[in-house]
Design a protein around this ligand. Structure first.
Ligand code: NDP
Length: 328
């Protein structure tokens, strides 16, 4: 039998955590033959709720689940971790300034980065879901100097999946007919879902749509503001779809992208496409041999250039703000 993979989930008692843990334990994160050991990190007030979730996990009798540890201590939670899903974050409350939000999250992601640096397994992979995800990932990464920077990523796969679904609907095709869609930039309202490199049954997607007004006034804002639309409709933020995207992100990272396709993930920039080196920004990425790599050499037209630059400018501002606060 294989040694279990240690999967740490922070904010385990939250909405996304609740949708995520059962799928990890049932084998969807890493595959149907990989046993997992769950480590749940929560703040002290939420440990009891996490224990309740753990009771339910027990009650599922998942064959692949070899154990569950619950803690409010980051060092304990990340000791020996192979896959870290950083979901818990400080949400923006009414009247909170951006600086306060970044500072509160710095207080979470700095010690978590340090704990990962101190105790993680050599093959650790980190996905940040908690918002502002890109900058939270940057903070954690900067406090884990002994971990290769490429192991820190932030989630734009939900945006990617949302874009796939919107495009499929528009063209009356299946999501499996679509390849090479890209989310660029920040996981925020400035993100840029790019159809110009995407293909639908081998044909260029932007040409297949042939409707620049739909693209600009419908598609892009619908994808970028989908989270708010779900809150409006459901009375609660998206949780199952976010958990699903987190599963997709890690599964693809470990198992690879299909030949002739790519996906979207926020990874550390190597300077490609004019994105300043070191920023954690969303790119078109392939996964092979357990590594995400930025797709190179795409031609970026003027429209896309403007959108990418605007989102990246926001990331630069966030980085400068956390730098100013002494968080990185
Ligand atoms: P959720 O589980 O709904 O969301 C968790 C985080 O995911 C939030 O930062 C949220 O951002 C973010 N997120 C990213 N993408 C999405 C998306 N598409 N849809 C919705 N959310 C998205 O939050 P809950 O409040 O239910 O739970 C958070 C839990 O985290 C609590 O149990 C809390 O105790 C815990 N926590 C744990 C910490 C720790 O372990 N050290 C630290 C801080 C909190 P947004 O707010 O912008 O929607």
């Amino acid at each position: 039998t294989r040694t279990p993979v240690n999967v740490t989930v922070t904010g385990a008692a939250g909405q996304i955590g609740y949708a995520l843990l059962f799928r990890i334990a049932s084998g969807h994160l890493l595959g149907p033959d990989v046993p997992v050991r769950l480590r749940l990190l929560e703040i002290p007030q939420a440990v009891k709720a996490a224990e309740g979730t753990a009771m339910e996990l027990d009650d599922c009798a998942f064959p692949l689940l070899s154990g569950i540890d619950i803690t409010d201590d980051a060092k304990t939670a990340f000791d020996g971790v192979n896959v870290a899903l950083l979901v818990g974050a400080r949400p923006r409350s009414k009247g909170m300034e951006r600086g306060d939000l970044l500072e509160a999250n710095g207080g979470i992601f700095k010690p978590q980065g340090e704990a990962i640096n101190a105790g993680a397994a050599d093959d650790v992979r980190v996905l940040v879901v908690g918002n502002p995800a890109n900058t939270n990932a940057l903070i954690a990464q900067r406090h884990a100097p002994d971990v290769p920077a490429e192991r820190f990523t932030a989630m734009t796969r939900l945006d990617h999946n949302r874009a796939l679904s919107q495009l499929a609907k528009k063209l009356g095709v299946s999501v499996t007919d679509i390849r090479k869609l890209t989310i660029w930039g920040n996981h925020s309202a400035t993100q840029y879902p790019d159809l110009f490199h995407a293909e639908v049954n081998g044909r260029n997607a932007a040409q297949a749509v042939d409707d620049q007004a739909w693209l600009e006034n419908d598609f892009i804002p619908t994808v970028a503001k989908r989270g708010a639309a779900i809150i409006e409709a459901r009375g609660a933020s998206s949780a199952a779809s976010a958990a699903n995207a987190a599963i997709d992100h890690v599964f693809t990272w470990v198992n690879g992208t299909a030949e002739g396709d790519w996906t979207s993930a926020a990874v550390v920039s190597d300077g490609s496409y004019g994105v300043p080196e070191g920023l954690i920004s969303s790119f078109p990425v392939t996964a092979k041999d357990g590594r995400y790599e930025i797709v190179q050499g795409l031609e970026i037209d003027e429209f896309s250039r403007g959108r990418i630059d605007a989102s990246v400018a926001e990331l630069v501002e966030e980085r400068d703000a956390v730098q100013g606060l002494g968080l990185i």
